[in-house]
Design a protein. Structure first.
Length: 247
């Protein structure tokens, strides 16, 4: 895990005989960066091929002082948010902890290569809903913390508002940050934009967010995609401010 070994032959700290036995009986289903694109602002986007030939995306986002990895947790998504490109893709399967972890390792290498510094932050905001793949995502967080040495305070889990998952996250041992894809401050509009709101409406979501803040005392971010003529009016901003003041 900590050395990012992709083959048993890479594990030179064990005997040749043991490596041969492992090669004959086991397999490491590591990811492969199938295609990499670099934009003019320095952002790097990876098309990541999994062992079963499915594709997910991960992104390296640089600033002057840090580099952030945005990683995927599912192949596709089933939550049908109307503004999200991934929502147009059928959810094929959840990613395993190693597949999430390997995305981070690949981006860390790119950060060292292109920016001469290690990865500093990770956001679980790529393809898929992290709290719909909760246990593998958490196992990857523990691996990232323990084996790569990234502080939990530099890890952010994003969700569209799966309330039970937020409450469980509040009780987890590592103090990660939380980002909530809000996009509307009233239930009628949010029902249309984020259908999971019909199951977990804003009142329940805000209660879960308050529980997270009280339990973790970590950063909570609300994400808001500005959609023309939908949620970009001054009245939407006022409504959002009133909601934020309510807890």
């Amino acid at each position: 895990w900590s050395k990012g070994a992709h083959t048993f032959e890479d594990m030179t700290n064990i005997s040749k005989e043991t490596r041969t036995m492992l090669e004959a009986n086991f397999v490491i289903n590591h990811i492969k960066v199938d295609n990499m694109q670099r934009s003019s602002d320095g952002t790097v986007k990876n098309a990541v091929r999994l062992h079963d030939d499915l594709i997910v995306e991960s992104v390296l986002i640089p600033t002057k002082t840090r580099t952030t990895a945005c990683v995927s947790s599912q192949v596709g998504c089933s939550l049908d948010c109307t503004f999200c490109a991934t929502a147009r893709l059928k959810r094929m399967r959840n990613l395993q902890p190693d597949e999430i972890y390997d995305q981070v390792v690949a981006i860390d290498k790119e950060s060292r290569l292109y920016y001469n510094r290690p990865l500093s932050n990770i956001v679980f905001m790529g393809m898929g809903e992290p709290l719909a793949n909760e246990e593998p995502v958490w196992e990857s967080i523990v691996r990232i913390h323990d084996d790569l040495g990234l502080s939990a305070r530099h890890l952010t889990v994003s969700t569209v508002g799966i309330v039970p998952g937020i409450n469980r996250l509040a009780s987890r041992p590592l103090p990660v940050n939380l980002a909530v894809s809000l996009h509307a401050a009233n239930d009628s509009l949010r029902d249309a934009l984020v259908p999971i709101n019909r199951r977990y409406p804003i009142k329940a979501l805000m209660e879960a967010c308050s529980n997270f803040l009280e339990s973790k005392n970590r950063r909570l971010t609300f994400e808001w995609a500005l959609i023309s003529e939908v949620n970009d009016k001054p009245s939407d901003a006022i409504e959002l401010a009133q909601l934020c003041r309510s807890f």
